[in-house]
Ligand binder design. Structure first.
Ligand code: DC
Length: 224
C-alpha cells in the first residue's frame, strides 16, 4: 500500500490545482477522481441519455470501462480504450457527471479503480468521498472549501481567459446547484470526514493554499 493523501471538497475550491502541486512537490501521483465520473458522463451523453435517465445509468454503467494511465506524470483517462481526457471539461459533462455520480452503482463501479491506484502508488487523490469512503485510512485528509462567490468568480475568470462566453450569476447558480446535489445525495454525499482538516481558501492565493496544505501534510506524516 502506498502513502495516501485525500483532498475532498466542493466544485471550484481549487482541489485539482492544489492536489497537482502537492503531488508534484512530494513526487506522488495525482489522482483526479472527478475525471473518472466525467468519463462515465461522457459515455452516457454519447448514448443520448440525460441526467434523469437514472435507470439506464444504473443498468449500463458497467459497459463504460474507465482506466487511467500516467503519461509524462499526467493522468490520462481512457473510456473503453479511447483516450477521452480532452473531452471531459465541458459544462455539459459537468452537469451529467453530477447526476451520474449520485448513482450508487456508478460509485461502486469506480471504487476498485480508485483503491487500486492507491495500492500501487503514493497518491494525492482528490474528490468528494476520498477521506470518508474510498481511503478512510489515508495518512492525511484535507477538506478544501471556499465560499460560493469566490468559487464562481474563479471559474468565471478561468472561462474568460479561455475566451469562452460566460455569465457570473449563471456560474454561481450552477455551482450552488451542483453543491446541493453532491451534498444531499444518498450515495457517499460530500461531507467532511471527522478526521479531515478544514482549509478555507476563500482569502488565499493558490500558492498560499498549496503551502498551507503542504505544511499540514508534512506535519501529519511526521516529516516536520
Ligand atoms: O471534481 P469534478 O468537478 O471533476 O467532479 C465531477 C463530478 O463528479 C462532481 O459533480 C462531483 C462528482 N464526484 C464525486 O461524486 N465523487 C468524487 N470522488 C469525485 C467527483
Amino acid at each position: 500500500m502506498g502513502k495516501k493523501i485525500a483532498i475532498d471538497g466542493p466544485a471550484g475550491a481549487g482541489k485539482s490545482t492544489i492536489a497537482r502541486l502537492v503531488a508534484g512537490k512530494l513526487s506522488f501521483i495525482y489522482v483526479d477522481t472527478g475525471a473518472m465520473y466525467r468519463a462515465i458522463a461522457l459515455y452516457f451523453i454519447r448514448q443520448g441519455a440525460d441526467g434523469s435517465d437514472t435507470g439506464m445509468i444504473k443498468e449500463k454503467c458497467r459497459e463504460a470501462e474507465v482506466s487511467i494511465r500516467y503519461e509524462n506524470q499526467e493522468q490520462e483517462v481512457y473510456l473503453n480504450g479511447e483516450r477521452v481526457t480532452p473531452f471531459l471539461r465541458t459544462g455539459e459533462v459537468s452537469r451529467m457527471a453530477s447526476c451520474c455520480s449520485a448513482v450508487a452503482e456508478v460509485r461502486s463501479h469506480l471504487l476498485d479503480l480508485q483503491r487500486g491506484l492507491a495500492r500501487e502508488y503514493n497518491v494525492v487523490m482528490d474528490g468528494r468521498d476520498i477521506g470518508t469512503t474510498i481511503l478512510p485510512d489515508a495518512e492525511v485528509k484535507i477538506f478544501l472549501t471556499a465560499s460560493v462567490e469566490v468559487r464562481a468568480k474563479r471559474r468565471y475568470l478561468e472561462l474568460l481567459e479561455k475566451g469562452e462566453p460566460c455569465d457570473l450569476e449563471q456560474i454561481k447558480a450552477e455551482i450552488s446547484e451542483r453543491d446541493e446535489r453532491d451534498r444531499t445525495r444518498a450515495a457517499s454525499p460530500l461531507v467532511k470526514a471527522e478526521d479531515a482538516i478544514l482549509v478555507d481558501s476563500s482569502d488565499m492565493t493558490i500558492d498560499e493554499t498549496a503551502n498551507k496544505i503542504l505544511e499540514i501534510v508534512l506535519e501529519q506524516m511526521g516529516c516536520k
